[in-house]
Design a protein. Structure first.
Length: 122
């Protein structure tokens, strides 16, 4: 199935890592969906978008944040063994995860896939 921030697999398992979404809702009409995420049965704090990328024991997700001056997404890396979360990058209107390649996490900042950027994998 083709995945995008509005329609993605709510349950994904690669190896012994399982990511499952629940309570999904659109943040605005026709916009991306966010919801709760559990990793190997452990519910994580916050609201997350999709699609998720899995790499070894790490899960990369857009996390939805409400700030004083607006709302948006940042990228979060969650370790499936320790459940340690690391949020990085600036606040974006959208994070449409694409792939992990050569130590970089590539994503689009728009639904039309015209603005691509990346973060170095940590």
């Amino acid at each position: 199935m083709f995945e995008d921030p509005m329609q993605f697999d709510i349950k994904k398992k690669i190896g012994n890592v399982e990511v499952e979404y629940s309570g999904l809702m659109e943040i605005c009409q026709g916009g991306p969906e966010v919801g709760h995420v559990s990793i190997n049965g452990k519910l994580m704090e916050g609201r997350f978008g999709g699609p998720a990328l899995l790499h070894d024991d790490d899960i990369y997700l857009p996390v939805y944040l409400k700030k004083f001056l607006g709302t948006g997404f940042k990228l979060v890396k969650i370790n499936a063994v320790t459940f340690k979360c690391e949020i990085f990058g600036g606040l974006k209107k959208l994070i449409f995860l694409d792939r992990i390649e050569a130590g970089r996490i590539y994503f689009f900042e728009d639904m039309n896939k015209t603005i691509q950027t990346y973060y170095e994998q940590k």
